[in-house]
Design a protein around this ligand. Structure first.
Ligand SMILES: Nc1ncnc2c1ncn2[C@@H]1O[C@H](COP(=O)(O)OP(=O)(O)O)[C@@H](O)[C@H]1O
Ligand SMILES: [Mg+2]
Length: 362
């Protein structure tokens, strides 16, 4: 076969980026493609940071090209996380490409644990990540990531986030001291969050994860309106009450038109370390059922594992402490899915914006 741009691109037309409906073409993931004699050079622009996704695309591309007789492919690659369009609309955080809110209907379901491990998974994959502990009632991120101290000031009113395991972290705990119970009234919560958005030098970030206060009341609603959120993750446990709360969370985000990236079922089951048997303490599958009922994605289930709790207490989250454990792998997979969905949203709206421009031209 005569190899030219067109038949090479045709051969790759069907391939999609893992975790998305984006074709490599539509997603602008193939940044450049060249043919020189028998050699094909492809330059990829990866929209998520996870090497496993990149690897599976490279393998699929090689397979497809081999089918049409190309045996010599060369790859160049770079990661370029696309920015959510909301970020340019509102200039509150112009350097932050994607903002992810982690919410739960009630406390104690593992919202902070998931936030910390999600942020760390993204950072470990090479993304630049910030974490805003917006749970002013029970700030726990300093403890979970083993960070303490007082943030320094960039200028009179701008706080510099603390570096915690490669993540830029800001928490009420750094300002009030770990032992001070913080009793904030509604308007003050509002003010504080605004300050965390406007007066913290977040800099350039691929992802900013926000650990919201538990619940779906006014404070949470205000927060979701203040920050230009790209998407949200709802954490729940398998119990019925918790699932009802998850539904409320979903309604809250729908009200403010923030896409729900999906539901995480935490403390889903227990694996007995001796026998390896799996016990479903609260029954399981409720998270998936709720997600299906509400037509939102199910991101995964995280088992109960004492090591997860220990990791939270000693500042070494499970994805670092024991990355191969089932709980860590579950959270890493969730992080991959979240980044894939955010990339899809960003790239699709890029297309929509272009379409919009075309219309305006005519
Ligand atoms: N998958 C899990 N396995 C074991 N313990 C967990 C798990 N997820 C969370 N925990 C523990 O449960 C408690 C509550 O979790 P936390 O993340 O603080 O919840 P929230 O932020 O929703 O209040 C913490 O002690 C935490 O270490
Ligand atoms: Mg918490």
């Amino acid at each position: 076969m005569n190899l030219d741009q067109n038949n090479l691109r045709a051969a790759l037309r069907e391939l999609r980026y893992p975790g998305t409906d984006l074709t490599l073409e539509a997603g602008e993931i193939i940044d450049d493609l060249r043919v020189k004699n028998d050699d094909v050079l492809i330059r990829f622009q990866w929209p998520t940071p996870f090497p496993a996704s990149h690897q599976s695309v490279k393998e699929a591309v090689e397979r497809k090209l081999r089918e049409i007789g190309v045996n010599r492919t060369h790859f160049q690659e770079q990661v370029e996380i696309p920015a959510h369009p909301r970020q340019s609309e509102k200039s509150l955080l112009p350097g932050v490409k994607n903002i992810i809110a982690v919410a739960s209907g009630k406390g104690g379901v593992g919202k902070s644990t998931i936030s910390a491990n999600l942020a760390l998974s993204l950072a470990r994959a090479g993304a630049s990540v910030g974490l805003m502990d917006a749970d002013v009632y029970g700030p726990s991120m300093g403890l979970m990531l083993g960070a303490s101290g007082r943030p320094t000031m960039a200028d009179e009113k701008t706080l510099i986030p603390i570096d915690a395991q490669g993540i830029r972290l800001m928490s009420m705990a750094f300002l009030a001291g770990d032992d001070t119970p913080v009793i904030w009234r509604g308007p003050m919560v509002h003010g504080l969050i605004q300050q965390f958005l406007a007066n913290v030098a977040w800099g350039d970030l691929d992802y900013l994860v926000i650990d919201l206060p538990p619940g779906t009341g006014d404070a949470q609603l205000t927060l979701t309106q203040l920050a230009p959120l790209s998407g949200s993750v709802i954490v729940t446990t398998p119990q019925e009450v918790s699932l009802i709360d998850a539904r409320k969370g979903l309604r809250m985000f729908q009200q403010v038109k923030v896409p729900v990236l999906g539901v995480v079922e935490n403390m889903s089951y227990f694996i007995d370390p001796g026998s390896g048997n799996r016990t479903e303490i609260f029954g399981h599958g409720g998270g998936r059922r709720t997600a299906d009922e509400l037509s939102i994605p199910f991101l995964g289930e995280v088992p109960i594992d004492p090591e997860v709790a220990r990791g939270g207490d000693d500042g070494m989250p499970i994805v670092r402490r024991n990355p191969e454990s089932p709980a860590a792998r579950a959270i890493a997979t969730i992080a991959e899915k979240v980044s894939a969905q955010l990339a899809e949203l960003a790239i699709q709206s890029r297309g929509a914006a272009a379409l919009h421009l075309d219309w305006d031209d005519n």
